[in-house]
Design a protein around this ligand. Sequence first.
Ligand SMILES: Cc1ncc(COP(=O)(O)O)c(C=O)c1O
Length: 369
Amino acid sequence: MWFKRMLIEKESPEEYGYEKIKYNLTESSVTDCNLDELNVNLGNLSIAYGNHSGEPELRELIAQEYDGLSADQVLITSGAAAALFIVAVSLLKPGDHIIVAHPNYASNIEVPRSLGCKVDFLNLRFEENFKLNLDELEDLITPETKIVSLTYPNNPTGTMISAETLERVIEIVESHNCHLLFDETYREMTFGHKLPTAASLSPKAISVESLSKSYGLPGIRIGWLATKDKSLKELLLAAKEQISICNSIVDEKIALSVLKRKDKFMNNIKQNIQAKFKIITAWMDTQRDLKWIQPEGGVVCFPKIKSDININLNDFYQILNEKYKTFVGPGRWFEMDDKYFRIGYGWPLEENLEIGLKNITRAFQDTKQ
Ligand SMILES: Cc1ncc(COP(=O)(O)O)c(C=O)c1O
């Protein structure tokens, strides 16, 4: 077993230094909140260990999104990242087979790989509108498969699957007696109807979500896992206890206060996303060098530089970063060609988004000259 740093983390804006980036189009979350806006009263909170599964009232609020599940079937984790890690170390041994949709958030691939698993990609291809191909899933799955790992709304493409497709995936997973790890981190930012939470559909499905992206709260490190399977919950709790015992109770208190006011927060956030989605759609409509699959959720998209555009990609990114102080997420962050890049349009203020997008166009022009 070994770990290596993932490019998406090594090259992340927080590691590079936010102060060095003027137009940050790399983030996959809405604009970060600050404590003043949140208006949370921490009171005279005793800084004791918290409940190991997570603050009970917080879990109760979360469980409301999961039909047929109670607070006992929810486990609070340090962000969705820790949730993904906990599932992997709990269910996978070296040599086990896992199928992971690709492209995907890097941890969904790298953690099983670090554990020495055999990782097969279920490819989402630009030419096929990044659609999930169920026939390919059926071809890849074997009696040895332990987990099928999907992320919807997808990062980095922003694409979705239908509720029927999710149900079909669950049937396939159940018939092979393995688990579906369903990363729903962006669920609240679905443009149309939200999918049912996967964990509410089957004891074989594990849902992962967090407050980082949809609420702009990545710094409090609050995410969760949900499963109908009580013995699995116990196993996941054992892993969590061995990592951190419990969560930060300060983080949990902030999360609880925000989730109690969920409707108010989400209404504002959704309006904000819609306004920014209009900006990026209008910009994409004018791009001759780029094509995209229009996203259906989240705050990211994954355009591709057209094949007949002959530019030096290193020069393009260098000019974009150094001359225009504008950053996007290059394809390599997702084990894809750098002809693709992720634009996070939900995080920057509208005026910065507009300038950042114009800078991408300018960097193309400069590189082509
Ligand atoms: C799909 C997905 N899952 C999980 C995470 C981890 O997020 P966090 O640990 O902040 O909740 C990310 C972060 O980019 C993500 O995109």
